[in-house]
Design a protein around this ligand. Structure first.
Ligand SMILES: Nc1ncnc2c1ncn2[C@@H]1O[C@H](COP(=O)(O)OP(=O)(O)O)[C@@H](O)[C@H]1O
Ligand SMILES: [Mg+2]
Length: 264
């Protein structure tokens, strides 16, 4: 099963905010990084993949079928899930975390009636939360716990593709690293194909060896992250790289007389 965008273009108010973007997510486990500064069109690409935005031109295909016609198809809506930045309020603030996940299980008839609570506990355990967290409201959780809960809810429908839109951008570095570890483990265990969207190369580096660089809606660079960093072809890539000093250090030669320090 493949999720594929071809020549996607989205025009808002006369401006192409996404301009001829093509990308392919094969079956998992797989990771592709979509990087670019704020406003470069990343979230709009994500929304097209989810069938939430209809492209002005171009296509998104899921298993060969145009998602425009699949918008209301249960298999497609289940197969492709998204996890967004915590600050965007992925979880309903008025609903207990367990209730929110149980509701998804019911809506998609994922478990027999009455078995929801048990499955909720299982899903929370998978992301490192306990049954006790199920009874809490989102604001009673830490940022990292809220992202774990959002991941559990996405997993509830047993997706094949996971679009991660800045999943750790609202978190501090330590928490961010733990969430990325979790995502790496879940990707392997559930054979997920992930599109990891971020402006932060240090995040993408953790999960996705292959990246696309988006700039003003266009893909300006594509390739293995190490290659792309070694010889960026576009200034936008250099800007993203230079925002992570560690990556820049690794690319430049060590000062004379000093050994190259290990990267970590
Ligand atoms: N619904 C919309 N209507 C008009 N402009 C939009 C809409 N959604 C996004 N945009 C604009 O499209 C551009 C790309 O936005 P977005 O895809 O959110 O970028 P990113 O996720 O890379 O920050 C931005 O200039 C944004 O203001
Ligand atoms: Mg965005």
């Amino acid at each position: 099963m493949t999720l594929e965008a071809r020549e996607l273009t989205v025009i808002y108010d006369g401006t192409a905010v996404v301009d001829g973007v093509s990308l392919t997510l094969p079956g998992g486990p797989f990771g592709l990084g979509l990087i670019g500064e704020s406003g470069s069109g990343k979230t709009t690409v994500a929304r097209c993949l989810l069938g939430l935005v209809a492209p002005t031109s171009g296509t998104v295909r899921f298993g060969g079928a145009d998602v425009g016609g699949l918008r209301h198809s249960r298999p497609y809506r289940r197969a492709v899930q998204i996890v967004v930045q915590d600050t965007e309020g992925a979880l309903d603030p008025r609903m207990r975390v367990g209730t929110a996940i149980a509701e998804v299980l019911r809506a998609h008839r994922m478990v027999p009636r009455g078995a929801e609570a048990e499955r909720v506990t299982e899903l929370l355990a998978e992301v490192g939360l306990t049954a006790e967290h199920a009874a809490r409201f989102p604001h009673q959780l830490s940022g990292g716990q809220r992202q774990r809960a959002a991941i559990a809810r996405a997993l509830a429908v047993r997706p094949r593709f996971l679009v991660l839109d800045e999943p750790t951008s609202a978190l501090d570095t330590t928490v961010q690293a733990r969430i990325l570890d979790l995502l790496r483990r879940l990707r392997a265990e559930h054979r997920l194909s992930c599109l990891l969207i971020s402006h932060d190369l240090a995040v993408v580096e953790q999960l996705c060896p292959h990246v696309l660089v988006l700039h003003r809606g266009r893909v300006v660079e594509e390739g293995d992250l190490t290659e792309v960093l070694r010889d960026p072809r576009h200034p936008a890539t250099r800007t993203l790289r230079d925002a992570v000093p560690r990556l820049t250090d690794a690319q430049s030669p060590p000062p004379p007389g000093q050994p190259r320090t290990p990267r970590r």
